[in-house]
Design a protein around this ligand. Structure first.
Ligand SMILES: Cc1cc2nc3c(=O)[nH]c(=O)nc-3n(C[C@H](O)[C@H](O)[C@H](O)COP(=O)(O)OP(=O)(O)OC[C@H]3O[C@@H](n4cnc5c(N)ncnc54)[C@H](O)[C@@H]3O)c2cc1C
Length: 423
């Protein structure tokens, strides 16, 4: 008998079936670890972080024990050795069970993914590469051995995080390191991270601020001059605790460089899919909204009476439409994360923008439709759907590839060749 006739409906099955999506056994193993962790550890705690808008520190301690803090650290350095695609697929499974944890975890993981496998694809002379290898090992060891948590505060409230001007946060070279001054807004993990992986502009002598001199630095959270300010009481992603960071004459040692000088600029230009790392959380939320709807309409959602609503044709049609949107989103996203690499073709970059836009917008569209389809009793705060809806609303706001910016770049790039004007 074909599998499709013997399979039962399993709303917690892998989002991307390893056989259907041709994943390797090692990939399947890492993604399955994330999925089980999400179901068993993240899901039961998610409502509490959301209600109190507090950071899920207990989740991060447990992720350390499971090896998930080092998911992208090479195996020879004690990590799980996941590449970009494997990380994205694992992160989607976490996002499915707790959006705020997955999004915060993404900020942490990027400091290892970007300085790790991604940097390996970039050009460096042998001496620079050796120096980088030694420095990143220090960060990797802190994470693997001590469970150190890294944040990724880039946003400043101006055009810098969108990638158009130099960062206003500046690092002046001083003996043994840098002196950092500036401010970052929406710093997820603020007050909880051990290191803030900031992007800032390296200044030396009389030079003018330039994006080419962007420096990626891990500022110790306990360094004198680092301050967390402001309130945090947002619509969604409440557990990320994304408050404001102020750096006042903070001394940061040279070993804190997460990438050598000039390499972040090279990464942003040559490895553009690096900005897709915010999407997996929202891919997971899209799946979560769909899963909830299946369970609810079948009368199987925990915390609700066993009332079936699946026999109404309107519900069947709505769910089918949600499934179509979900499949479209999965297919495009999977293709984009699979072809991520250094120096992608122009078409691949265009597809990455389309995928980013699609995931971020569709996650919220699917969640909104889930609420309309399941009805009033499904949006009570005792159930996860309304949190999924609020969390999913935040995806399209994430710089540098907000939904607006993706559309803006895609439209222009599909109509103009480089240097072409209408003059
Ligand atoms: C829950 C959450 C967690 C976050 N965590 C982090 C974090 O850990 N680290 C971090 O660095 N940031 C983080 N951010 C910040 C995020 O990336 C944005 O910087 C933040 O949402 C502020 O954006 P804004 O909409 O106020 O943009 P603004 O600063 O007001 O300016 C940019 C606006 O203009 C639009 N825009 C800019 N350029 C163009 C263009 N060329 N074409 C069309 N439109 C354009 C953008 O879409 C955006 O709406 C987080 C945000 C949220 C919501």
């Amino acid at each position: 008998m074909p599998d499709s006739l013997t399979d039962t409906l399993a709303p917690d099955a892998p989002i991307f079936d390893p056989a259907a999506f041709r994943l390797s056994p090692r990939q399947a193993e890492i993604i399955s670890l994330a999925r089980r962790f999400g179901q068993q550890v993240l899901a039961p705690r998610a409502a509490e972080w959301d209600r109190s808008a507090t950071f899920p520190l207990a989740n991060f301690r447990d992720m350390h024990r499971e090896g998930l803090l080092g998911i992208c650290i090479p195996e020879e350095e004690g990590g799980l050795g996941a590449d970009f695609q494997t990380y994205c697929l694992a992160a989607a499974e976490l996002g499915r069970y707790c959006g705020a944890t997955a999004l915060s975890w993404n900020m942490h993981v990027c400091s290892t993914l970007w300085s790790g496998p991604l940097a390996d694809d970039l050009e460096m002379d042998a001496a620079t590469r050796a120096e980088h290898a030694a420095r990143r090992s220090l960060h990797f060891r802190r994470i693997v051995e001590e469970g150190a948590i890294y944040a990724q505060p880039f946003s400043e409230g101006g055009a810098a995080a969108a990638g158009t001007v130099a960062f206003g946060t500046e690092a002046w070279a001083v003996p043994g390191g840098f002196r950092v001054n500036g401010k970052k807004i929406f710093a997820s993990l603020s007050g909880a991270a051990d290191y803030y992986g900031i992007l800032c502009t390296l200044r030396e002598g009389d030079d003018k601020p330039s994006r080419r001199n962007t420096l990626y630095l891990a500022v110790p959270a306990n360094a004198p001059g680092v301050e967390v300010t402001g309130e945090w009481d947002p619509l969604g992603m409440r557990g990320t605790v994304s408050r404001t960071l102020v750096f006042k004459d903070v001394f940061v040692p040279e070993e804190a460089m997460l990438m050598p000088k000039g390499i972040y600029f090279q990464a942003a230009s040559r490895w553009p899919h690096m900005f897709m790392t915010l999407t997996p959380t929202y891919m997971g939320l899209a799946q979560a909204a769909y899963d909830f709807t299946v369970r609810y309409l079948r009368g199987e959602q925990p915390g609700t009476p066993p009332v079936k609503r699946r026999m109404y044709p309107t519900k069947q049609i709505a769910l089918a439409e949600m499934r179509v949107t979900l499949e479209q989103t999965k297919a495009l996203w999977f293709q984009a994360i699979t072809e991520a690499r250094a120096d992608p073709s122009r078409e691949q970059v265009q597809r990455a923008w389309a995928a980013q836009y699609t995931v971020m917008e569709n996650a919220n569209a699917i969640a909104a439709k889930a609420i309309r389809t399941c009805g009033g009793q499904a949006m009570l705060k005792s159930l996860p759907l309304e949190r999924i809806y609020r969390d999913s609303r935040c995806g399209s706001l994430m710089l540098p590839w907000t939904a607006e910016i993706c559309i803006d770049r895609l439209g222009r790039d599909c109509l103009y060749n480089p240097g072409e004007t209408d003059e």
